[in-house]
Design a protein around this ligand. Structure first.
Ligand code: NAD
Length: 329
């Protein structure tokens, strides 16, 4: 049995679909703070519970006795982590410590963890590989780095096997059209652009047009949610085989696109006009973030098959058109 924390969120719900589609017995634990119950099939075991609630965690572990945990649940909005650092540290660190304690108590020894490119901070070199210095520039990235350090110490003690996946910018939607991205508030570029294309927003605010990039807007690496899903399955299988006791992998497309390039592609895909305006840069936003994902390609034989920008935008647009108000709940 696999317990997915945050399985009602954007990324978690897609991974749950992939897991169940491949026949893995799966249960979800989520406090629904940013997730949607409707994104998880009704028939799946679902614990509406907070990681801060140790007793609820105990009950979930006693009921399903998971062999592996996939841990997505977190506070992940960077500007919020800067304005309210204690909340991010408390939720992410205390929540994860409670989860790890429950795992130890109930004999669950394997975890796939959702980490982030934000652990690197301002890049010294691009593409960024896993050896890049770890100097997060915001509390969100720092909270994820602390968790990686805690997991590493637990692995030293022999009580945890883990794989930490450092995602770059997750984007796109389930190709079947059943699941999509519905953060409230939305802070991610692709859904914001599509909201402007759909006329749900007057325009898109672009943070900074004076970066040292070809067109002055920030460059990011967008990875399709289906490619994230396949990486999670490979990570899970490596843990189940016992071939990996601890690993850290970047997950990106190894190709950067500027904000203006994403807008241009979205205009082409949607056939709509997209109004935008420029504002100042945002604190702590690097100019260019592009992943080096060679390690996971080599060690787990992962490949990005769906992360062409056009496909990312097409799948996201399909879901947004069919679900103009997002999930029902
Ligand atoms: N979206 C990205 O581009 C991106 C990039 C890098 C890393 N990540 C990481 O991936 C993970 C998932 O991101 P997402 O975009 O799907 O976010 P999301 O907000 O859609 O999903 C997070 C889920 O966790 C749940 N949750 C939050 N705190 C909880 C708690 N204390 N107890 C129980 N449930 C809780 C929420 O209700 C939600 O369903 C996060 O850990 C995030 O830091 C995301």
């Amino acid at each position: 049995m696999i317990l997915v924390t945050g399985g009602a969120g954007y990324i978690g719900s897609h991974i749950v679909k992939e897991l169940t589609g491949r026949g893995y017995k799966t249960a979800v634990l989520d406090n629904l703070s940013t997730g949607h119950r409707a994104s998880v099939p009704e028939e799946l075991s679902f614990f509406t519970a907070d990681l801060l609630d140790k007793e609820a965690l105990d009950r979930a572990f006693e009921t399903i006795r998971p062999g592996t945990v996939m841990h997505f649940a977190a506070k992940s909005i960077v500007p919020e982590s800067i304005s309210r650092p204690l909340d991010t540290f408390y939720q992410n660190l205390t929540g994860t410590m409670n989860l790890l304690s429950a795992m130890q108590k109930h004999g669950t020894g394997k975890m796939v963890f959702s980490s982030t490119a934000a652990v690197y901070g301002e890049p010294a070199d691009v593409p960024i590989n896993e050896e890049h210095p770890l100097k997060p520039t915001n509390p969100y990235g720092e909270s994820k780095l602390f968790i990686e350090k805690i997991m590493s110490r637990l692995a030293d003690s022999g009580s945890l096997q883990y794989i930490s996946l450092r995602y770059f910018n997750a984007a796109g939607a389930d190709p079947d059209g059943h699941l999509g991205e519905d953060h409230r508030p939305e802070t991610h570029l692709v859904p914001l652009i599509l909201a402007a294309a759909a006329g749900k927003k007057d325009d898109l605010l672009i943070y900074g047009n004076d970066y040292p990039t070809a067109d002055g807007t920030a460059v990011r690496d967008y990875i399709h949610i289906s490619d994230l899903a396949s990486a999670h399955i490979l990570a899970l299988e490596a843990l189940l085989k016992g071939s990996k006791t601890r690993s850290v992998y970047n997950l990106g497309n190894e190709r950067g696109y500027s904000v203006m390039e994403v807008i241009k592609k979205a205009k082409k895909v949607t056939g709509k006009n997209i109004n935008f305006r420029f504002g100042p840069r945002r604190e702590g936003d690097p100019s260019t973030l592009v992943a080096g994902s060679g390690r996971i390609k080599k060690e787990l034989k992962w490949q990005a098959r769906h992360s062409d920008l056009e496909n990312i935008i097409e799948t996201a647009w399909k879901w947004h058109q069919e679900n103009p108000h997002g999930y029902r709940d």
